[in-house]
Write a protein that binds this ligand. Sequence first.
Ligand SMILES: NC(=O)c1ccc[n+]([C@@H]2O[C@H](COP(=O)([O-])OP(=O)(O)OC[C@H]3O[C@@H](n4cnc5c(N)ncnc54)[C@H](OP(=O)(O)O)[C@@H]3O)[C@@H](O)[C@H]2O)c1
Length: 435
Amino acid sequence: VEEILMASLLPEVGVGLLGLGTVGAEVYRLLVERAEHIAGLVGRPCVVRRVAVARPGRQRRVRIPSSLLTSDGAAVVEDPAVDIVVEVMGGVDPARSLLLRALAGGKAVVTANKQLLAAHGAELLAAAASGGVDLCFEASVGAGIPLIKPLRESLAADRLRLIEGILNGTTNYILTLMSREGRTFAEALAEAQARGFAEADPADDVDGHDAAAKLAILAAVAFNTPIAAEQVYREGIGGITPADIRHAAELGYTIKLLAVARDRDGALELRVHPALIPVGHLLAGIAEERNAVLVEGDACGRVLFSGPGAGGAPTAAAVVGDIIDAARNRLRGAGGRTLSAPSVRRDIHPMERLVIPFYLRLQVTDRPGVFARIAAVFGEEQVSIASIVQKSRGEVADVILLTHEAEEAAMRRVVARLRAMDVVQVVGSVIRVVE
Ligand SMILES: NC(=O)c1ccc[n+]([C@@H]2O[C@H](COP(=O)([O-])OP(=O)(O)OC[C@H]3O[C@@H](n4cnc5c(N)ncnc54)[C@H](OP(=O)(O)O)[C@@H]3O)[C@@H](O)[C@H]2O)c1
């Protein structure tokens, strides 16, 4: 009651920023440039009172009074004039401890930090619930693409079955270049870095960590269960070659880094890996750095969300949308309204039991009888071959195989046996196929 009274007496909603980089600067710009519009929506102006940065003396992308800047994050979360703490600094620490302090102090929190949420989301949600305050994180997945609110609110009544997405712009950009221009992975990565779509250390993106963190957040919301990024099976795109992309195209597929969360009779499949998807699939045309998420529910059917999945301005749009929500709730004494802390424990479906078709590219010695020996291995492991194409190159032949649906464990046994065969020179790629 005291809090609501205080809120109704204050003329403004105080915002504190942790971070003023790519995203933070655009959040500040939007709050200043759209101040009147935002005040109209909230019913009060939302004013930035304090901003923490690592290096206060650094030149900024936005004009900001230097009196607002501090290098002390705690000064922002403990400032009595700050009602909403906006975390756009990234990393797990000190972001986690600062946000726990903010929530314990009764402040609403808005964050874009997927890494933090994928590791400590359940802890932060519990802290927000016990403080009766909002914790909003729309910008943490897909930047400006609305995903968290549609899953948590608009589709809340539905029984969702599947989330299938392209959640990482860097890898999608690299795969697009490889497929359009026949570049190798290394060439496409170098171009992505030169154009600012990939970090100097690209491991977080190309090895699938970023997509796994985002999938963990989406699946936790969609399936109402706590999920950490480590629970997501993960493979990156570093092994994909121009030959794979060419063969896939000849077979009517394109290769994407796919993030999949699927309800399998109550247990959850959680996986991020390259996949062959048919060219007619809703996600096949999502090119360059764009992201998209396909959601399938019993009632809503198949719903597609897509747009730019990164960038300061799109991410800031989602962050400021959350600030508006949190400010409205606060003024109406409805803090915590946006929350639905995960309440159901779900088993994770073991990857070995995944049943899916596979694509394989082998290099074999080109001589009579080799085909029969290879086919026998598949047969003995109960993996049925759907198609096989051989391209002879003299002494060796490239063999491209598609299987029918097979159990992951059986496929792993096939690959191990193929690797041990004298006539198999290389087991090039083993890629799952989406039908
Ligand atoms: N960039 C995107 O497209 C995008 C999209 C979606 C989500 N996100 C998420 O948004 C968050 C921010 O990303 P970004 O690209 O804006 O990062 P960034 O450009 O590196 O900015 C980070 C900001 O945090 C400040 N900072 C770092 N450590 C700090 C500390 N210990 N105390 C106080 N301030 C500190 C930095 O200060 P200095 O400026 O003084 O160095 C900088 O202003 C991350 O969690 C990221 O995953 C980003």
